[in-house]
Write a protein that binds this ligand. Structure first.
Ligand SMILES: [Zn+2]
Length: 304
């Protein structure tokens, strides 16, 4: 009786094993849509929209990327997109299971939330760095639309000086004033900090990276951060093969590509100029073509 039942169950077990081992692309895409997360950040299993947990083993983009041998895929269907609110910072990370708090010892400022996969990878990197005598701290991580609006408008109105000047007085033309702020700061709805995947490490002062300590840290990051999935998206620009538009070089800003790579692909599909509004100077965004010339202008080595 016992062995008879086992034999009867065998075909079912085989069928289950086959389905588990070979989820179809459609199934993977459907699972990738579930980013408003029912699976909280503590799960051991990688979610379908994410790569394996260890980017050193597979620093590859998300599972929705076709194999390299296949021709470029058309834009992803809407059902596999992360909700647009994640692309424009319209969330509260303290109540969103896709986000995790940066451990206290690695905090270097008041922005202490990041995408849980990015935080996990950063902690692994920072612990390895520490074991080798390098201290990494995150001085800025996730920023919401309203956080970015505050930063932007403080520069727009002259409350925060830009290049030592009050831009409201020194640059009256809206487009020119926006371009000045865009040297280092994003318009609300266009910052990679909205995604929680990008971290400013140790300092946001360009001069720091000319000091001995700054060079020391930067050289370590250049040599090792890619092993943990991080890439310096705002690289040097202007020389052959480099970026031609966008923000100035930011040696402090590192992006966790296994998530940010596919967010960037989705961004121009889901976000338009009707999202980039609701702040002072937003009328300048379309004329500057801010999505193409800033959001999409990243280090070619970070493009996936
Ligand atoms: Zn940054």
């Amino acid at each position: 009786m016992k062995s008879g039942r086992a034999i009867a169950l065998l075909p079912l077990m085989l069928l289950f094993a086959a389905c588990s081992a070979n989820p179809s692309t459609d199934e993977a895409a459907a699972q990738a849509a579930i980013v408003t997360p029912t699976s909280a950040g503590v799960s051991e299993a990688p979610s379908a929209d994410q790569p394996p947990a260890d980017p050193r083993v597979a620093p590859a983009p998300g599972t929705d990327t076709p194999p390299a041998a296949e021709p470029a895929a058309p834009p992803e269907p809407a059902t596999s997109h992360v909700a647009v609110k994640y692309l424009i910072g319209d969330i509260d990370p303290s109540h969103d299971p896709m986000f995790a708090r940066i451990p206290d010892k690695f905090q270097g400022g008041t922005r202490v939330w990041g995408h849980k996969d990015a935080v996990e990878a950063f902690v692994r990197m920072a612990e390895d760095a520490e074991a080798n005598g390098y201290k990494l701290k995150i001085v800025s991580a996730f920023r919401s639309f309203s956080d970015q609006k505050q930063i932007w408008e403080d520069k727009w109105t002259g409350k925060t000086l830009v290049g030592g000047k009050k831009l409201n007085a020194s640059v009256p033309d809206p487009k020119e004033r926006a371009l000045k702020i865009l040297t280092y700061s994003s318009m609300p709805a266009t910052s990679r900090h909205h995604w929680g995947t990008d971290f400013d490490i140790n300092s946001i002062d360009p001069k720091f990276f000319n000091t001995k300590d700054g060079k020391h840290i930067y050289d370590w990051l250049v040599a090792h951060a890619p092993q943990y999935g991080f890439c310096q998206v705002y690289s040097h620009k202007g020389d052959p093969g480099e970026r031609t538009t966008g923000y100035e070089e930011e040696k402090w800003h590192w992006s966790y590509l296994p998530v940010a790579g596919w967010y960037l692909k989705q961004y121009p599909i889901d976000v338009g100029y009707d999202h980039i509004k609701g702040f002072l100077g937003s009328e300048a965004a379309p004329g500057i073509n801010v999505i193409k010339t800033y959001v999409q202008s990243i280090n070619p080595e970070c493009v996936q």
